[in-house]
Design a binder for this molecule. Structure first.
Ligand SMILES: Cc1ncc(COP(=O)(O)O)c(C=O)c1O
Length: 381
């Protein structure tokens, strides 16, 4: 029997615009941090309506620097979700703090805000929610808790562009927000990240810390008489973004609304067509106005074995994934922090049921119907 054409899970949306922009940077011979990075930061901040955007080498770096600048350090605790990629909790470990997990809401897969206050101790310094798949967390509730307990709100916005919560862009709500431009993200620079904040007090040291704590980068020193002279004014890290990445990022930003429209249309097709299968829940989109970035399209199975469903889709030439294996189930998190199976039942139950279907702007409606037909075959067989 002839196989369907291969349907990839995720592909970056790149065309000649990015190739031309990157080539121009290469031809200019200024290939590390320079004016392209500054332009990307300005445009990104403008897109979100936030005061500051600081470009870095990854979202992991963005989370790390955000925690440093927020003053989180040894023996502090940071409340987050176990239902995320390891980078979220890894960054908390970088500063010597403990990731304190709080279970998720079974519908949105985001941190359950009704369970956060129970996890607060005198050591808690920050809350680090993750907008899973691109659906905003309940930011009003999290902001209230942060205000009442004097905690910093750092949100992991790796999936959340463009995501809105009650008309405000994610990236313009938390004290600090961390974005990812990794290869599979809605806006990609291959590797890369951005910190956004409305706080001058956070932005100033962040700009210095991301490049060794040096007060002026090489681009800024070009016009000064002693081109070699600089000061180290703060603790430093090697987390700067290059002009090659930023040139690509600027092109991706120009296309962001267009790619979002395609993702949203595709998600709508899935939502409508998959509603016909009682064996599946489609992603929940809560009532209060939230613009979903549709970074991931995660269905939950009510019946059948998740691994077998993934294998059947794979057999049908459809690439799927599973988001996420909860962090407390990993050996490292159990050994380092004493987490155990059973600690976060909603995260564990979701993990057993979830399948992430292909969703990216390079798909065609035909690809979606291939996926929907394959699901039909699995459940109606
Ligand atoms: C939720 C989440 N946070 C953080 C990251 C880390 O992003 P980066 O690879 O840019 O460091 C990822 C990457 O996939 C992610 O999915």
């Amino acid at each position: 029997m002839a196989k369907n054409p291969f349907v990839p899970f995720s592909r970056p949306w790149i065309d000649d615009t990015e190739i031309e922009a990157v080539s121009q940077v290469l031809a200019s011979k200024w290939i590390s941090t320079g004016n392209r990075v500054r332009e990307f930061e300005r445009s990104f901040a403008e897109y979100l309506g936030v005061k500051h955007a600081i470009a870095v080498s990854s979202c992991t770096a963005a989370l790390h620097l955000s925690l440093v600048v927020a003053g989180v350090s040894n023996d502090d605790e940071v409340i987050t979700t176990p239902y995320t990629f390891t980078a979220t909790a890894e960054a908390i470990r970088y500063v010597g703090a403990k990731p304190v997990f709080v279970d998720i809401h079974p519908d949105t897969l985001n941190i359950d805000t009704t369970k956060i206050e129970r996890a607060i101790t005198p050591r808690t310094k920050a809350i680090l929610p993750v907008h899973i798949a691109g659906i905003a967390c309940d930011m009003d509730a999290i902001q209230d808790i942060c205000r009442n307990h004097n905690l910093v709100l750092i949100d992991d916005a790796a999936h959340a562009i463009p995501t809105e919560y009650k008309g405000q862009s994610i990236g313009n709500i938390g004290d600090l927000s961390a974005f990812s431009f990794y290869a599979n993200k809605n806006l990609t620079t291959g590797e890369g990240g951005m910190i956004t904040t409305n706080s001058d007090a956070f932005a100033k040291p962040l700009r210095t810390m991301r490049l060794h704590g040096i007060d002026k980068d090489a681009w800024a020193r070009q016009s000064q008489r002693d081109i070699w002279r600089y000061d180290i004014t703060t603790e430093g890290y090697k987390y700067n973004m290059t002009d090659i990445q930023a040139a690509m990022g600027l092109c991706q930003l120009m296309k962001l609304n267009k790619q979002h429209e395609r993702r949203r249309n595709f998600a709508q097709i899935y939502q409508t067509e998959l509603a016909n299968f009682p064996q599946i829940s489609t992603p929940a989109v809560p009532d209060n106005p939230r613009e979903h970035s549709w970074h991931l399209y995660i269905i939950q199975l009510h019946t059948g074995n998740r691994d077998e469903v993934v294998a059947s889709l794979r057999e049908a030439n459809i690439e799927c994934s599973v988001h996420y294996i909860p962090l407390h189930l990993f050996e490292f998190y159990q050994e380092r922090y004493g987490y155990r199976v059973g600690d976060f039942p909603c995260a564990e139950a979701a993990f057993e049921r979830v399948v992430s279907l292909p969703l990216h702007p390079g798909l065609t409606e035909g690809d979606l119907h291939t996926v929907i037909a394959a699901i039909g075959k699995i459940f109606n067989a």
